[in-house]
Design a protein. Sequence first.
Length: 287
Amino acid sequence: MSICVSGRHPLFFGAVTGVDLTAPLSEAEVRDIVAASDEYGVLVFPGQMLSDEDQLRFTHYFGAPQRSITLHREDYARRLRRDELSDISNLDEHGERLDPKSVKRQLALSTRLWHSDSSFRKPSGKYTFLAAKRLPPAGGETEFADMRAAWDALPESRRPELLPLHASHSLAYSREISASPPLDASERAQFPPTAQPLVRVHPGSKRRSLCLGMHAEYVIELPRAQGRALLDELTAHATQPKFVHAHEWQRGDMVMWDNRCSMHRARPFDESHVREMRRTTVAEDAL
C-alpha cells in the first residue's frame, strides 16, 4: 500500500497515513516519504506509538543522526541513554517534573524563538523527527513557517540583492537573545559560528527558500547594523500568519520536518503538567 498525504495548510504541512513506522519500511515507502517531504516541507504521521528504537530506525532511513548537543554540558543530567536522542521534556533524569528554573528548562527557552535545527552546525540539520509521548491538556503547540512560500512572496526586485548574501549562525548568539544559560567551555569549542547562505535551493523540490532563524546573528557581506535590520525584516516577513501552521500535538504523533525549507518554534504550556517528546535530527549531506 502506498502512503496517502493530505494537506493541513494551503501552502505546506501534510498528514501521512498508510504507513506503520513501528515496522521496517520498504525502499518504495522511504522514497514516497522523501517525495512527500519535498512537496510539503513538514509531515505529521498521526497515531504512531513509537519506541525509541522505532524512532531511531526510522531516522536512519534518511541520514546519519546528529548527536545531542547536551552531551557536552557538565551541568545537564541526561535521562536518555542514546546519544542521538534529545529529550524534549520537562522531566529530570529520574523522571520527575523539573523546576522551570532548572538549567534544562532554561535551555529550552531558546526553542520558543523561530529557528531551523542545527543551522549553527556544519553540517547543519537536514530532517528533524519529533515524537509525542505525553502531553499537557493545553498549549505546547509547535508552529512551522514555510520559507519557500516566504521567498516566493518577496517582490522580484528584492531577490537579486539577497542571493549572494550569507549569515553567520551562532549558538552563542541564540542563547544570548533567548536569555538561556550561556555556552560553557566545551560548547564554545564544539560549536563555533558557521556561515549559511541567506537563500538556498532545495535539492529535492528545486525551490528557493530563505534561511533565517534565531541562530542568524549578522550578514557577513553587510555592515552589522544593516545586516541585522535585514534579518529582522525578512524574519517578520517569513512568519506572517499566512506562511505559518500551528500543529496541535496528539499523543503518538511523529512530525518530520525539513530544516532546509522551514522554520519552527515551540509554544509555552503550563509547566505543572508533563510534556514528554523525543527528537532526532539527521545531518545535511556534506557539500
